[in-house]
Design a protein around this ligand. Structure first.
Ligand SMILES: [Zn+2]
Ligand SMILES: [Zn+2]
Length: 182
């Protein structure tokens, strides 16, 4: 995995300074968005970062009951989101009724809900159009996160139960995926 590939898994929120970029420690380089964690053999171009969290101790001590190959899990068969009927994106913003603005005391303001665009993504399916919980083994996972993991072609997933992060393994590293409670 290259630095660019690893950096796809950092947190997009720049205010979360500890995890908004990849970091190295000891033998490994890491990236996480708080839901997916990826750990690969240390890349020399990724520096140590003191504020990067210590994560080695949260990896499972025992193997999971079963490993599932991510590319073989039929996640595209996931039922469509009942909230938006699968439309997912560019829904009319209910806060401003699609206008993008609202008037208050003769002044016009941008709608904060949609940033003035008048359209929003479905909040129930996070703009994916699919029901989010996907059952794998003894756990459920977020459809959008499983889609994101598909960029790691060799990824397999070992569920560790309803509340513990699942173990991920791939050709040149491993990682964790938070389950969702249903
Ligand atoms: Zn709006
Ligand atoms: Zn939806």
């Amino acid at each position: 995995m290259t630095k660019d590939e690893l950096s796809k898994f950092v947190c997009a929120d720049p205010t979360r300074n500890a995890i908004c970029e990849a970091w190295s420690r000891g033998k490994f380089s890491y990236a996480t968005d708080g839901y997916i964690l990826v750990r690969i053999p240390r890349l020399s171009e990724i520096p140590d970062k003191e504020t990067g969290p210590d994560v080695d101790n949260i990896f499972p001590k025992d193997d999971p009951w079963e490993w599932f190959i991510l590319s073989e899990i039929p996640i595209e068969d996931q039922p469509i989101c009942s909230s938006c009927d699968g439309v997912a994106v560019d829904l009319k913003c209910p806060n401003c009724n699609g206008r993008g603005k609202y008037k208050s005391e003769k002044k016009e303001y941008d709608c904060e809900e949609c940033d003035g665009k008048g359209k929003i993504d479905c909040s129930k399916c996070l703009g994916t159009g699919k029901l989010l919980p996907v059952g794998i083994g003894n756990s459920h996972f977020n459809y959008a996160l499983l889609k994101k993991l598909q960029i790691i072609s060799s990824c397999k997933i070992g569920p560790m139960g309803a509340s513990d992060p699942a173990w991920l393994k791939f050709d040149d590293g491993d990682g964790l995926l938070m389950p969702i409670r249903v």
